[in-house]
Design a protein around this ligand. Structure first.
Ligand SMILES: [Zn+2]
Length: 217
């Protein structure tokens, strides 16, 4: 492991955790973040700490294969899920997990978020599926969430919350915000007769555009 790169990623995860804490996506310490370090290691937020007082060195370097870690702080209890996603999806560089309110309304109802918003399909890849119910922090949850994430950058977790991914931390934070907003919009459309789904062709076009052509090159 490159120690210098580890320090950089720890600083980036710490900064992202503070941004997440000041968003409306988490209450208290109920959210966690990971970022890929290399093929074997990731950096994750520590378990149960106040985000306001986090320091870069508090971010835990974890071996994704056996979940061992260095240092005195324990990684988030949801470490198995972060590791499994990063191992199975090489294009994903960062994962944000929250229990944000509208996402949790959908997750508690075991209802997917249909593809009804342009930004939702651009950034998350389409319908946001619900991972089957599993106990938090288990390998079973890691497996269920990875399954629900197939071909997507976001998923709901039954009775629990949501997970959002990106190629980097900034994208993962945006994905978490877009997922929460899509859930809120979908719930809102129920009052006016329901949302209208985008076509698979338009979804594929917009997702490809975001992943391959969007932004300054
Ligand atoms: Zn959770």
């Amino acid at each position: 492991m490159d120690k210098e790169r580890a320090k950089q990623v720890q600083a980036a995860v710490c900064e992202a955790a503070k941004k997440l804490a000041s968003s409306n996506l988490v209450v208290g310490t109920w959210g966690n973040i990971s970022a890929r370090l290399d093929d074997d290691y990731m950096v994750v937020t520590p378990s149960g700490m106040k985000y306001e007082t986090l320091r870069p060195e508090d971010m835990v370097v974890v071996n994704m294969h056996d979940l061992t870690y260095e240092g005195s702080l324990k990684p988030t209890v949801e470490t198995p899920m972060h590791a499994r996603i990063l191992l199975e999806r090489p294009e994903i560089g960062a994962v944000v997990h929250t229990h944000s309110t509208y996402a949790l309304v959908m997750a508690a109802a075991h209802k997917p978020i249909p593809p009804i918003c342009d930004d939702q399909v651009q950034i998350l890849g389409g319908e946001v599926r619900v991972a089957r119910y599993t106990l938090p922090g288990t390998g079973d949850m890691a497996e269920a969430v990875t399954e629900a994430l197939k071909g997507r950058m976001g998923a709901l977790i039954a009775n629990h919350g949501a997970v959002a991914c990106g190629r980097n931390l900034d994208e993962a934070l945006v994905a978490a915000t877009v997922l929460e907003k899509a859930a809120q919009v979908y719930i809102g459309t129920q009052a006016v007769g329901g949302g209208v789904e985008l076509s698979p062709e338009d979804i594929a076009f917009m997702y490809d555009f975001f992943m391959n052509k969007y932004g300054q090159r």
